[in-house]
Design a protein around this ligand. Sequence first.
Ligand SMILES: [Zn+2]
Length: 480
Amino acid sequence: MRFPIAQLIACAILLFTTETTQAAPPERPAVSIVLKHGREGWTADYTFRKSAPVWFFQRSKDSIDKVQWRLASFNVVTPGVALSRLGNFDALYRSDGRPLRHVRIRVTPFSRPLRSDYAPALTFYDGGLAFYTHHFVVSPLASVAAAKALSASPDWDAIADAPATLTVRDKGNRLLVRGRVVEDAATIPLSGPDTYVYVGSGPLVATDHFAEIVDPGLPVWVRGQLDAFLPRLMEYYTERLGVPSGSKPTALIAWEGAERPGMSIGGSVMDRLVVMGVSGRKMLEADPKTFATLRAFFGHETSHFWIGQTLQYSKPEEGWITEGSADVLGIRATQHLVQDYDPHPKLQQEMDDCLKLNGAGKPLSSAESRGDYKAQYACGALLVLAAEAALKREDASADALTFVRKLLDANRADGVITEADWLATFSQAAGPIVSSQVREFIDHGVPDPRSFWAGLFEATGVRFVPDRDTLRLLDGGRGP
Ligand SMILES: [Zn+2]
């Protein structure tokens, strides 16, 4: 890769400060959980202050290889207490039916992916670990029969509330919680957003606006590239879009070994945190294509700290707003940071995907319920191209970040972006007539999508030429 590695880290790395305090947990929670590392490994001690004979784990999805992971990972050592799958959920209960008071569980971290849920743990090559907090959440029930009767997606409003805290303790080690470094122990209220808590001694790279722990076991070339790219990406987003709300954005990147052939990249993004696990023999060799994949992942995912978290959509039908923006932000940021990066193939792919997946008469707002998730990304991205081209007519330096900054400024107060909010900002740039045509496309669909896009691009200034059943974008999708 032609990448200016030398110039990077000098400005990016600051020494982190150690935090010894954290937000006070709510007073006497109904359940306190202490997850502690000791000589015999990890143990979780549950203390229940609310009286109930059964406590079930709200998140009980199996692993993708169909293992009931909690039963494999949690070993109850308190006599008379059982952990088993009751109906759809894992549950703790006493065989004599009395209420639970204290339960000790030996925990073997489980790091394989789950079906539609976060991996319980992320394991680092140097022994570091990150635990997903909300797999520890439990709720009370009146009986074993009540647990067995719970449907797979129960009415959560009808489940009794039991505020809980999770304390993670590992003496002599460092924890990273929501962008803050803490020595020895940290307490997290489980009523708040979910996250991963990192425990270990991996090196932390921290800037004013970003913190990351990259597994020391990660092949040196990937590590160098990530250390070069990620802090600069976050600086650039922050400079253009402002400081995102909430805690400092953080990345945890784990190396899971080269035992298997090929390569595997798994990642997810949650409240101000992006986590990624990479593995496979192919990762050992420096390869620009592999790194481009990682870059695209981070470009898209970290932009959600702004569009997706600082601003959230009001319903899943509006996913085109957050996903389309994230795609184009990632592309434009990469164009800014990486010399010789060619945005065209990815943008052309958006064009082709949108035409294919959001055909005649299909409203973009129904893409989610139709299961055409990719249409939200692709068509959402094209709408951002139209917005940035329209802005360019007033200001030649405007791009997708300029448009998203306008969305942020207009909607930061309530933290929500609706279709109407998006169209209001779009209309300021492109005018009300074009804006109402876009609304039609989103709400009801159009009879001829290809001519809809051609008309929209002509009206806003996105350069293209018609090409068989698609439109070929010119100039990397930018206006003149
Ligand atoms: Zn996304």
